[in-house]
Design a binder for this molecule. Structure first.
Ligand SMILES: Nc1ncnc2c1ncn2[C@@H]1O[C@H](COP(=O)(O)OP(=O)(O)OP(=O)(O)O)[C@@H](O)[C@H]1O
Ligand SMILES: [Mg+2]
Length: 243
């Protein structure tokens, strides 16, 4: 597909245990590491060095393609390179990042509360159990999600966090949601997640052609939920490490 770089794939994970804790040698964990390496090559200047930061927006054509899943495991993986990484929950209408992956942040103040002027920036950046990996939850349900993400305060906030993190990853809503489009020109790179056997090809093609219209600087494609069974590349992993 013209103008789009294929960044990599994420394997289907039957259980999150394949990706967390000590399961560093599962094929699923390996697919995230490969995606990370490919992403670094795709970034403008490779691995960010001091004073440089990369703002990566993760979106998709439709709901449920694995944006939040990919954002979370990719961000954790970036942080493990000793590159401080901030993951921000930008899907303000259907925030699933906290409920699925960081339940300890449930009901905590977040992005919406900061933009509304109720709390300061420092207080909405929460450390996770992984060193160098921080999360900004969506926070309170907004009455005006578009206005939050289109506000100057949100834009200034991104500039500010970029000074402190090597990677800032935005877990967005699908592109059919208007406020996601407003954030696209702010990103250094956009990763479009598409789910194997789920997203109709014509929908994906339309999304990609729309990216130009939305002024995306660089667009990469990630194929998610790939089944390992038929993929020879993972053969050794599958039989070498399966417990
Ligand atoms: N590679 C994968 N292996 C197994 N399960 C996955 C994978 N990717 C996503 N899922 C599961 O599919 C569901 C949808 O994924 P996720 O919430 O990440 O999608 P999303 O694109 O963020 O959806 P939404 O548009 O609702 O925000 C979740 O239950 C998630 O755990
Ligand atoms: Mg999501």
């Amino acid at each position: 597909m013209e103008g789009v770089h294929y960044v990599g794939e994420v394997l289907h994970a039957r259980s999150l245990k394949k990706l967390t804790g000590n399961n560093q040698f599962t094929p699923q964990a390996e697919s995230i590491r490969t995606l990370r390496s490919n992403l670094l090559a795709f970034c403008k200047d490779g691995l960010p060095h001091s004073g440089k930061s990369e703002l990566i927006l993760i979106s998709s054509s439709v709901q449920g393609e694995g944006k939040t899943f990919t954002s979370f495991f990719l961000s954790r993986s970036l942080a493990s390179l000793n590159k401080p990484t901030l993951l921000m929950e930008l899907d303000l209408r259907r925030p699933r990042l906290v409920s699925n992956y960081a339940p300890e942040l449930k009901n905590k103040a977040g992005l919406v509360d900061y933009v509304n002027g109720d709390v300061d920036l420092k207080s909405i950046i929460y450390p996770s159990s992984e060193e160098g990996f921080y999360i900004v939850p969506a926070g309170s349900m907004p009455s005006n999600p578009s206005e939050i993400l289109e506000s100057d305060k949100f834009r200034e906030m991104l500039e500010e966090v970029k000074k402190h993190f090597d990677f800032v990853v935005l877990d967005s809503a699908p592109l059919i949601v208007a406020d996601t489009r407003a954030t696209i020109p702010l990103a250094d790179a956009v990763l479009m997640v598409t789910r194997a056997g789920y997203t109709p090809l014509h929908v994906l093609k339309k999304t990609i052609s729309n990216m130009k219209e939305f002024k995306a600087e660089r667009v990469g494609l990630v194929l998610n939920d790939v089944s390992m069974g038929l993929n020879r590349r993972y053969y050794n992993y599958k039989y070498g490490y399966r417990k």
